[in-house]
Design a protein. Sequence first.
Length: 162
Amino acid sequence: MVLSTPLPFVPNPAVAEGDHFVMTFAPLSLPAVYELADDSCNGAIVVMSGMVRDNTDGRTVSYLEYQAYEPMAIEVFKQIAAQIRQQWTDITRVVIHHRTGKLTVGEISVLVAVGCPHRGEAFAACQYAIDTLKHNAPIWKKEHWQDGSSTWVSIGACEEEA
């Protein structure tokens, strides 16, 4: 079940045991995020890996540059996890890691992992997490084009759902 509207705001959300949130310049590790989402209660772990692609809207991308207001971004990640736990009460783990700095084509920019006893809830919660992150987290992306020009992409500049 994918939510069409955001869940209610949770002020100062507590971090549930096992949840993990990171903003970093360092490369992200898919195995590490998977391990953080693992729990003996899980029947599913769904991982979304966002990567730098070589083009956007037909233009060749050389590299991306990410900037973030880290303290607020981490709070948004916590908020997302709290909202997920309100909607899908069986979720065991929520892991959100995001890069900042210069990333080249093929590098992972964001990893979201959700552990849950059931796959349906894990898929829905993972989609909710990445969609909400892209709309709400104070993270900005600058696309650097092959022709030497560049364009900033701001918060909330993500695709509208069909």
